[in-house]
Design a protein around this ligand. Structure first.
Ligand code: FES
Ligand code: MG
Length: 576
C-alpha cells in the first residue's frame, strides 16, 4: 500500500546518484559550495523566489525564505533557492502583464533544468501568482505556493486607507481641488506602511485566494498578513510539506482538476475578486489541460453571491480585517454546500476537510450566503457585436444606474490621446456618454495595461459625477471600481469591432441580459472594416516581438500559444 518514493526514485539522483563523469562534476561542484553527501542524499527542493530590491510587496522574502528553508531542513530535505523575475506591479513598464508569461517560462525552465525534486513558489504581487503556478504546472514536479500575504491597513490622520482604491478616490478629489499638496504627500507615507501585497481585494489578494482555493497553498495561507508571525510559521510549514509532497509524488495535475477550478472560481465570486483573475484562471487551467472559459465565470457568478465585505466591492474592510474575521477558510466553509467532495489540496486531503473546521468571527466581514453584500457574483460576461468573443464587467463595483445604459460614444484611439483630452474644459461629454478606449489590449497596449478605469472627465468630476460607463480592451486594477467594461475581445489593435467605433455611435449595455451592442447598421460596419488599416507592429525585436506573435486574446487567457498544453509533444526530462 505504501506508494511513497524511495531515495533511489528521486529525480535529483540523476544528477547526484550516478557513477559517471557528469555526476562527478555535479558532486564536486556541490562540494565547491561546502555541501557534502549528506546534503544531496535527500529530496532537493527548489525555492523559486520572486524577490527583488524593487518589489515592495515581496520586501520580506529575504527573511521569509529563511523560514521556508528551515521547514525544508526540518523535514529532511535540502533547500536550493532559485531567484526569478520579480514583476513589481507599480514599477514595471509598460505593464507586468506583458511579462507574466516570461515569468511562467522562467519558472517552468528553472524547474526542468535544475537537479530538484519539488518546488516552493514564493509570490503574491499580482502577476507573480499566476506566472509561477502556470510555469510549475507545465513543469509538473510537486509544487506548493507560499503567498506573500497582504500588507497592513493603510493609515493617515486617523483614517484607514486602502491600496489602489483610495489612490483613485483621492486623486479624483485632488483633481476636483479638494485636497492640498501637503495632504496628498501625507497620504503617500501612510497608504502603504508595511511589506506585503495590496490589502484591498485587488488582483493580488484575489489571486492568492484563488491559488488557495485551487489547493496550491496550505489551508489558510493566503489571508495571513505579511507582518503577522503566523506568516513565518506558514512559510516553514510549507517548506516541510514540500518535502513530503516529493515522497508522495503529489504533482500539480492531481490538484488542478476542473473541480478545483470550479471551487476557485466560486471563491472569486464570493470575495468580489478582481476581473484580472478571469484571464489568469483561464491561462492556469490551460496549463493543466483544462478548457475553462468566460462562460464558466458567468455561470458561477449567477450562482454565488459576494459575501466578503472587502473593498473595493465592499465599503469598509480590508484584508487585515478579513484575516481577523476568519480569512479565506471561512469563505470556503460558507461554500462547502457547493463544493465537490474529491478535490484535494497540497496537504493531500480534501479541501472540504480543512474548511469545515473554520470559524467565522465577524459576520459583517464574512457574510452568510443569504445576507450578501451583492446578490450576484462579482463578474458579468457580456457578448454582442462589439465583443463577439466576450468582455467582462464587475457589477458589484459599479453604480447600479449604469448596469442598463444606452448612450453616445466618446472615443479615444489611444491612452495618450485620452490623457491629453480628458481634463479639457471644452470636452464634448455628458454623464450619459459612453467612454471608449481603443488599442489597450493584449497586443495593442501592449500587454493589456490596467487602463480600463478611464478617469472621469475633469469637468464632470467638478460637477460631482463619479461613475460613467466605460468600455475598452484593457484590464483594470483589481483595486479599481466603476462601470468599466473590460477585456473586449477581439481587441481593437487586431481589427475587432471596437476598432470601428466612432464618436456619437450609440452603444447599449444591459448587464442583466448580458448584452453589449454597437447600434450601427452592419453595412456601415462592413464599410468601416474595409477602410480599417492595421497599425504598425509595437515591437520589431526582443521579448515584445515574441509576445506580439504569440500572446492569445483575453478570452483565451493571454498565454503564449506555444506554451498551452497540447502544443507539440511534451518536453520530457533533460538528457544528462
Ligand atoms: Fe504588489 Fe499591488 S503592488 S500587489
Ligand atoms: Mg493591481
Amino acid at each position: 500500500m505504501d506508494k511513497r518514493k524511495k531515495l533511489a526514485d528521486l529525480r535529483s539522483r540523476r544528477w547526484f546518484g550516478v557513477d559517471d563523469l557528469r555526476a562527478f562534476g555535479h558532486r564536486s561542484r556541490a562540494r565547491q559550495m561546502g555541501y557534502d553527501k549528506v546534503d544531496w542524499d535527500r529530496p532537493i527542493i527548489g525555492i523559486i523566489n520572486t524577490w527583488s530590491d524593487i518589489n515592495q510587496c515581496h520586501a520580506h522574502f529575504p527573511d521569509r525564505v529563511q523560514w521556508v528553508k528551515r521547514g525544508i531542513l526540518q523535514a529532511g530535505g535540502m533547500p536550493t533557492e532559485l531567484p526569478a523575475l520579480s514583476l513589481s506591479e507599480p514599477f514595471v513598464k509598460p505593464t507586468t502583464m506583458l511579462y507574466r508569461n516570461l515569468l511562467a517560462i522562467e519558472c517552468e525552465e528553472l524547474i526542468r533544468s535544475h537537479p530538484i525534486d519539488g518546488v516552493v513558489l514564493m509570490g503574491g504581487c499580482d502577476k507573480t501568482t499566476p506566472g509561477l503556478i502556470m510555469g510549475a504546472t507545465s513543469a509538473g514536479l510537486p509544487a506548493i505556493f507560499v503567498p506573500a500575504g497582504p500588507m497592513l491597513r493603510g493609515h493617515w490622520r486617523g483614517q484607514v486607507l486602502g491600496s489602489g482604491s483610495d489612490n483613485w478616490k483621492y486623486w479624483d478629489e485632488r483633481r476636483a481641488g479638494k485636497i492640498t499638496e501637503e495632504e496628498w504627500s501625507g497620504m503617500e507615507g501612510g497608504i502603504a506602511r508595511s511589506y506585503g501585497h495590496c490589502m484591498t481585494m485587488g488582483t493580488a489578494s484575489t489571486m492568492t485566494a484563488y491559488a488557495e482555493a485551487l489547493g496550491m497553498t496550505l489551508p489558510g495561507a493566503s489571508s495571513i498578513p505579511a507582518a503577522d508571525s503566523s506568516h513565518q510559521r506558514m512559510a516553514a510549514a510549507s517548506g516541510r510539506r514540500a518535502v513530503e509532497m516529493v515522497w508522495e509524488d503529489l504533482t500539480p495535475n492531481k490538484i488542478l482538476t476542473r473541480e478545483a477550478f470550479d471551487h476557485a472560481t466560486m471563491v472569486q465570486m464570493a470575495i468580489g475578486g478582481s476581473t484580472n483573475a478571469i484571464i489568469h484562471a483561464i491561462a492556469m487551467a490551460g496549463r493543466a489541460g483544462i478548457s475553462y472559459g468566460l462562460d464558466e465565470f458567468d455561470a458561477m457568478s449567477r450562482r454565488i453571491p459576494v459575501i466578503a465585505n472587502i473593498r473595493p466591492s465592499g465599503s469598509t474592510y480590508l484584508m487585515e480585517d478579513f484575516f481577523y474575521a476568519g480569512g479565506l477558510r471561512a469563505i470556503l466553509k460558507r461554500l462547502i454546500p457547493h463544493f465537490h467532495a474529491n478535490a484535494i489540496t497540497v496537504t493531500g486531503r480534501p479541501i472540504i476537510e480543512s474548511s469545515e473546521t473554520a470559524a467565522i468571527y465577524n459576520e459583517d466581514v464574512i457574510r452568510p450566503l443569504d445576507q450578501p453584500i451583492y446578490a450576484e457574483g462579482a463578474t458579468a460576461v457580456l457578448r454582442g457585436n462589439l465583443a463577439p468573443n466576450g468582455c467582462v464587467m464587475k457589477p458589484s463595483a459599479a453604480e447600479p444606474r449604469l448596469l442598463k445604459h444606452r448612450g453616445p460614444a466618446i472615443v479615444f484611439e489611444s491612452y495618450a490621446e485620452m490623457k491629453a483630452q480628458i481634463d479639457r474644459d471644452d470636452l464634448d461629454v455628458t454623464p450619459d456618454h459612453v467612454m471608449v478606449l481603443k488599442n489597450a489590449g493584449p497586443l495593442g497596449g501592449p500587454g493589456m495595461p490596467e487602463w480600463g478605469m478611464l478617469p472621469i472627465p475633469k469637468k464632470l468630476i467638478k460637477a460631482g459625477i463619479r461613475d460613467m460607463l466605460r468600455i475598452s480592451d484593457a484590464r483594470m486594477s483589481g483595486t479599481s471600481y466603476g462601470a468599466c467594461v473590460l477585456h473586449v475581445s477581439p481587441e481593437a489593435y487586431v481589427g475587432g469591432t471596437l476598432a470601428l467605433v466612432r464618436n456619437g455611435d450609440i452603444i447599449s449595455v444591459d448587464v442583466a441580459r448580458r448584452t453589449i451592442a454597437l447600434e450601427v447598421p452592419e453595412e456601415t460596419l462592413a464599410q468601416r472594416r474595409s477602410e480599417w488599416k492595421a497599425p504598425p507592429p509595437r515591437y520589431e525585436r526582443g521579448f515584445g516581438w515574441l509576445a506580439g506573435r504569440h500572446m492569445t486574446q483575453a478570452h483565451r487567457g493571454c498565454d503564449f500559444d506555444f506554451l498551452e498544453t497540447g502544443f507539440g509533444a511534451p518536453v520530457g526530462e533533460p538528457a544528462i
